[in-house]
Design a protein around this ligand. Structure first.
Ligand SMILES: [Zn+2]
Length: 395
C-alpha cells in the first residue's frame, strides 16, 4: 500500500462521517421528523425545541451528547440503550490503546529493521510486520504486544460484564413486581367443541397439568375495530381539549371583531363533542360479552403464582402434537404486538425466513460501499484479481 491510497481511504472515511453527521443534524431539526427524534417529548406533550436555522448543519448537540451521564441515559432510555452506548465506549477504550501501542512501539520496531530497497519507491509497507525478517529478535516485541493487547481486552470485557451485571440486577430489583415475569403466552389453543369456545380449554389444561403453580388466564381477542374506535375517541377528546385551551387563551385579548372566530370555535367544539358522544354509545355495545366472545383468537396469556412456574411452562413442550399449545415467555406489556397475535403460528417460520432474507440483503448491500472504499486503498491488488476494475483507470 502506498501513502496516497492510505490517505485516500482515510479521506473517504472521514468525509463520509462528516456528511452523515451533517445530514443527521439537519434531519433532526425538521418538524416533519419530530415523531422520530422527539417521540418521548411529544408523548409527554411537552414543547419541542425551536430551531432557527433549520437547513444548516450544527455540531453543538455533539458536546451535549457527551455531557449526558449514564444514570440519565438509564432513566430516560432504558438499560438496552445504555448497553449499546457502553459498547461504543468499549470500542473507543480498546482501540485507542491499540493505536497507541502500534504507533509508539510497533511502528519504530518495524521501520528500523531493513533498509528501504529502493529510495525512489517509498512505501508504507516499511511500517508493517512484513519488514521484519524471519527469525528476528524483534518478533518478540510483536508477541509481547499481542499478549498485552489480549489481556487488556479481556480485562476490559471482564470490567464491562461486571458493571452491566450490577446495572441489570439493580434494574431487576426496581421492576420486581412486573406481571410479565409471571406470565407466559400460549398460542394455537385447540377449540372446545362442547362449549363452542377456546377459553374453557385453557383453564382445563393448565389446572390439570400445573395444579400447584397455575393462577389465572386471559384470552386474546381480535378487536381491531374496537381499537380504532377507542383511538378515534381519544383523538377527539384531545382535539376538544386543544380547541378549548386555544379559545381560553384568546378570550382576555378578545375584542368585538374577534367574536366571530370565537363563535366558530365554540360550534366546532360542539360538533366534536357530538361525535364523541356517539362513540360513547357505540363502544360499550361492541364491548359486551357476546360480541367479544365471537372475536376470540387461539392465543391467551396464562399467569402463574411464581416466576419458576412460568419459566417451566414456557420452556416445556405441552402436547404430543408439536403445533398445539405452544408456550413462550410473555413480552413486556408495552412490547406486545397485538397485530401479531392474529397471525397463525404455522406462518411464523415464513415470517422468520422473510426477516433472514431482508437481513442478508442488507448485509450484502452494506458490504458493497465498504468493499469499494477498501478497493480504492488496494487498487493494485484489485487490478490483479478483478480485471474489470481497470475501468477505474480510464475514468
Ligand atoms: Zn370446554
Amino acid at each position: 500500500m502506498n501513502p496516497h491510497s492510505l490517505l485516500a481511504s482515510a479521506g473517504i472515511n472521514i468525509g463520509l462521517a462528516i456528511i452523515i453527521i451533517s445530514v443527521f443534524s439537519v434531519l433532526k431539526k425538521q418538524p416533519s421528523n419530530s415523531s422520530i427524534y422527539y417521540a418521548r417529548t411529544l408523548s409527554r406533550r411537552q414543547n419541542l425545541p425551536l430551531h432557527t436555522r433549520r437547513f444548516l448543519p450544527s455540531v453543538n448537540w455533539v458536546t451535549q451528547a457527551f455531557l449526558l451521564t449514564e444514570d440519565q441515559i438509564l432513566a430516560d432510555h432504558g438499560l438496552d440503550a445504555l448497553v449499546i452506548l457502553r459498547l461504543f465506549k468499549f470500542g473507543i477504550k480498546f482501540f485507542s490503546v491499540c493505536s497507541l501501542v502500534g504507533l509508539v512501539v510497533l511502528l519504530p520496531i518495524n521501520y528500523g529493521e531493513k533498509e528501504p530497497p529502493d529510495q525512489s519507491y517509498y512505501t508504507t509497507d516499511l511500517f508493517t510486520i512484513s519488514n521484519v525478517s524471519r527469525g528476528s529478535e524483534r518478533l518478540w516485541v510483536h508477541f509481547s504486544c499481542l499478549c498485552f493487547i489480549s489481556f487488556y481486552g479481556m480485562y476490559l470485557l471482564y470490567k464491562e460484564f461486571d458493571d452491566i451485571l450490577i446495572r441489570r440486577i439493580q434494574q431487576l430489583q426496581n421492576i420486581k413486581d412486573r406481571p410479565d415475569q409471571f406470565t407466559i403466552i400460549v398460542r394455537e389453543i385447540p377449540f372446545c367443541i362442547e362449549h363452542q369456545a377456546r377459553d374453557c380449554s385453557v383453564d382445563h389444561f393448565f389446572s390439570k397439568h400445573y395444579p400447584s403453580t397455575y393462577y389465572s388466564y386471559r384470552m386474546v381477542y381480535g378487536t381491531q375495530d374496537l381499537e380504532e374506535l377507542v383511538n378515534q375517541g381519544k383523538s377527539l377528546a384531545r382535539q376538544i381539549e386543544d380547541s378549548k385551551e386555544t379559545s381560553m387563551a384568546k378570550k382576555p385579548k378578545n375584542k368585538l371583531p374577534l367574536l366571530d372566530t370565537l363563535q366558530q370555535e365554540t360550534s366546532k367544539v360542539d360538533l366534536l363533542e357530538e361525535k364523541l358522544q356517539a362513540l360513547r354509545h357505540t363502544i360499550p355495545k361492541l364491548q359486551c360479552k357476546d360480541m367479544i366472545k365471537k372475536k376470540e383468537l387461539p392465543a391467551a396469556f396464562v399467569t402463574f403464582k411464581s416466576r419458576s412456574g412460568a419459566a417451566t411452562a414456557a420452556q416445556l413442550q405441552q402436547h404430543s402434537h408439536p403445533l398445539l399449545w405452544i408456550t413462550e415467555k410473555a413480552p413486556e406489556p408495552r412490547d406486545v404486538s397485538w397485530r401479531n397475535m392474529r397471525i397463525s403460528y404455522r406462518l411464523v417460520p415464513l415470517y422468520k425466513l422473510g426477516v433472514h432474507i431482508a437481513a442478508s440483503l442488507l448485509t450484502i448491500f452494506f458490504a458493497i460501499p465498504v468493499t469499494a472504499v477498501q478497493g480504492i486503498a488496494k487498487y493494485e491488488k484489485l487490478k490483479k484479481w478483478f480485471p474489470p476494475a481497470m475501468v477505474m483507470q480510464l475514468m
